[in-house]
Unconditional design. Structure first.
Ligand SMILES: NC(=O)c1ccc[n+]([C@@H]2O[C@H](COP(=O)([O-])OP(=O)(O)OC[C@H]3O[C@@H](n4cnc5c(N)ncnc54)[C@H](OP(=O)(O)O)[C@@H]3O)[C@@H](O)[C@H]2O)c1
Length: 374
């Protein structure tokens, strides 16, 4: 957790005290003049919230004044950053680790180095970097932070993939490694298969020769969604209502009973994952999109000896995993450059933040991951 705290993006909090003061404009003029001999960042546009609560009501676009770029600092012009469910939860104040408001939203993204301090080695203007481990406050056009925050990446990576690699693909990657040893020919089952994590799980399974059984919500156009997931490598895709049968396993055909299940929904969708698991299987819960609890039958324990586990990337990363994390990111970016991992995204100009936010909040039905472009 200490590492996470250190990573709070300085520009967000340092400038906040100027910008949120009662004498905003005079303070800002004094600030620029006082540091006129120093190297300064450009002013930055940021999505700010002053208190916890409904993100669509509490977030606003604010201009921050320039920030001094000290000797070991790097000023990064952000290129792209996604809106993830956890970003929403942080603003709502329901996520276990969150910045204290006033704060800038966002937790991952990609940017281009704009300027470096006199003591910086190994990074130059024009390089692409991501904050790794991710850090709070990526929804702003310029960020000034110490060099150690930034991981230089290959510029051949599509920008929107670089912006989104750190949270969801990394979660899928880790969950394959940390729970059950899978061999080619084995199977996994998951709900929330349309999510970015879900799409990565399908493709990571395919790369390892592991079958995937996927559960999605009922919706208009479900057949098209199923087809798209099958193109990514899904073996089977079921809507929840299709699984409203006594023996779901009869739907498996020649596929083996899965040893590992992933749950990011809860409620009935989690029960369905449990029903598919083989005796002794493990379900890993990593999200709760339906906000409904996971209910487990007594027989699941007695007669099937199922194991229930949980995964939280932020906890995993906080345990001194910085180097390992960057290696995995490079590996994933390689798979993305080779077209072996892809997922649905909608790119939205930063000025249209609130349109993207409404979609991310599900106000307009199901939508692809919203990625802000600066
Ligand atoms: N534990 C960790 O470390 C960790 C790390 C990364 C992500 N996560 C969690 O993983 C989950 C997926 O994240 P993501 O960024 O990949 O998702 P995403 O791409 O933003 O997609 C959202 C997913 O949630 C589903 N969904 C939305 N509202 C729902 C509801 N009321 N009931 C059931 N399903 C609903 C959507 O289904 P439709 O397509 O049907 O709309 C879609 O599959 C989230 O819960 C997130 O917090 C956890």
């Amino acid at each position: 957790m200490a590492a996470m705290k250190q990573l709070a993006l300085r520009s967000a909090f340092k400038t906040a005290s100027f910008h949120f003061g009662s004498h905003q404009l005079p303070l800002r003029r004094n600030y620029v003049r006082a540091f006129s001999a120093a190297i300064m960042s450009p002013p930055s546009m940021a999505v700010v919230y002053d208190q916890h609560g409904p993100p669509d009501q509490l977030t606003r676009l604010v201009e921050f004044p320039p920030v001094e770029i000290k000797a070991h600092d790097v000023c990064v012009k952000m290129l792209a950053a996604p809106i993830n469910p956890s970003d929403i939860n942080r603003i709502e104040g329901v996520y276990p680790v969150r910045p204290v408001p006033p704060a800038v939203g966002g937790y991952e993204g990609v940017g281009e180095v704009y300027a470096v301090g006199s003591g910086v080695n190994g990074l130059s203007p024009g390089d692409w970097v991501i904050p790794s481990p991710p850090s709070f406050g990526t929804w702003q056009s310029y960020i000034v932070q110490e060099q150690s925050v930034w991981h230089k990446i290959n510029k051949d990576t599509p920008m929107e993939y670089a912006a989104t690699v750190t949270v969801n693909p990394l979660t899928a990657f880790r969950m394959f490694k940390d729970f059950v040893q899978l061999n080619p020919g084995d199977a996994i089952v998951q709900n929330g298969a349309t999510s970015m994590v879900g799409q990565c799980i399908i493709q990571l399974a395919r790369i390892q020769g592991v079958h995937s059984i996927n559960i999605i919500r009922d919706r208009a156009g479900a057949d098209e969604v199923k087809e798209n997931l099958k193109k990514l490598g899904a073996d089977e895709v079921f809507t929840e209502s299709q699984l409203d049968v006594k023996k779901v396993k009869e739907l498996l055909g020649s596929l083996p009973e899965p040893a590992l299940g992933f749950n990011c929904v809860g409620g009935n969708a989690a029960t369905l994952v449990l029903k598919f698991l083989r005796s002794g299987g493990t379900m890993v819960t990593y999200g709760g999109m339906s906000k409904k609890p996971v209910t487990v039958s007594t027989s699941s324990f007695i007669f099937k000896d199922l194991s229930l586990r949980g995964f939280w990337l932020q906890k995993w990363m906080s345990s001194d995993k910085a180097d390992e994390c960057r290696d995995m990111i490079d590996q994933l970016l390689g798979l993305m450059r080779d077209g072996k991992i892809k997922y649905d995204m909608e790119l939205v100009p930063f000025k249209d933040f609130h349109i993207a936010l409404d979609k991310a909040l599900g106000k307009q039905g199901s939508n692809p991951k919203q990625v802000l472009i600066f």
